[in-house]
Write a protein that binds this ligand. Sequence first.
Ligand code: 5AD
Ligand code: SF4
Length: 440
Amino acid sequence: MLYHIATYGCQMNEYDSGVLATMMESEGCVATDDPSAADFILVNTCSVRQKAEDTALARISKFKPFKRANPNLKIVLAGCMAKNHGESLIQKMPLIDYVIGPDHYRKIPDILFGNPVHASRKNSAARTMVEFDSLEMYKDASAKLASPFSTYVAIQRGCNKHCSYCIVPHVRGPEKYREEAGVLREVREAAERGVREITLLGQTVNAYRSGDTSFAKLLEQVSLVPGIERIRFTSPHPRHYTPELIDVLLGNPKVCAHAHIPLQSGSNVMLKKMRRQHQIDDFLRITEKLRGANPLYGLTTDIICGFVGETESDFEQTLEVVREVQFDSAFMFIYSPREGTESAREPETLSEEEKKERHRRLVDLQNEITLARNRMMIGNTECILVERPSTRNPEEWVGKTGNFKKVIFRPAGSVSPGAWANIHIDDIRGWTLRGTPAEE
Ligand code: 5AD
Ligand code: SF4
């Protein structure tokens, strides 16, 4: 039997799709890239912005002919949209067989293979499982992910922050942490399979705690696992950058010199309204420490523009902070009101056109900064973790630096995914760094 997984949204969903893949394979199923050939299609969805939801539903509607051709095909809608809309999704799209929220993936094998109680469920309520389960941490998980040398490990699920615009706490529930032992077991097993780079995942990953183990201590423990040579994490919250954590970030050579720290806005008034629990000074204290120690420290961020009540002056303060920090790159979003969140109860104060115009100005500024930051890399020799041949030119390869920059290079001899390469950065083309093997 063949299964196909389509994944939308963040790295946590990519990881969860890996957990789903492991479950399907333990039932003897084989993955296919072709949904028309599949016996099971699992769509792992995102609700963070309206566009993500619209895209997933449009994709599912394309599966209709497959269902006509194969009446035994089962379609599972998993992830955040499952929790956000529940049973109504089946009513809206009867081709969806099951709606399964993020805390119920363990039931999927039982539902799809064999348990006649589940298989015979006719009504849509019985085919919907979305309640939160505070105990489900997938602590024994082993996620099957695409790369043989780099993988994600989830250490925290849910979020307690309740930023006023954000649907995540509503669809993922309150914060819960995976025990240190389970995390280290998954890291060790990955290392034994040849994984060299681990990315620890959580909605506010640096709030992690397990007994006496803080996030900083967990990073140290992961760095001791033989075979693990690079450690990344996403996404931290500015509030949880303790002095202990900064010491580990700057002192442990296996922890990469890159942080993705969501800024959201450069205006203190907006940050308060967003209930972000940090102000601009808090943010700048962190970035100044990291860049003070290493001017090439990679800093990336998330920014929302056009939030409810954002004035021209608030927006200009965002531009100002972006200029000051000099992010290497940024995900820049237009505010999308999410039903059920605090800020969606307030009427929007900007038109779509005004929001788009601010977004364009922000993107233009960030593009200039990205270019300038990438130029700073020219002349350096960087240790690259090799990923794959370039899609445009198979004689060239793609890899990443420790500070999270993509480099395209022409290897001197043979090279393979997961290898290390010392690359001299010669130039940039477009925004991308170009390099050649460094002289020994
Ligand atoms: N509108 C626009 N962007 C949002 N994000 C979260 N909620 C919204 C929303 N309602 C962005 C934030 C967050 C990232 C994952 O998505 O910037 O950090
Ligand atoms: Fe959403 Fe804020 Fe939690 Fe991030 S910290 S997931 S933006 S509520």
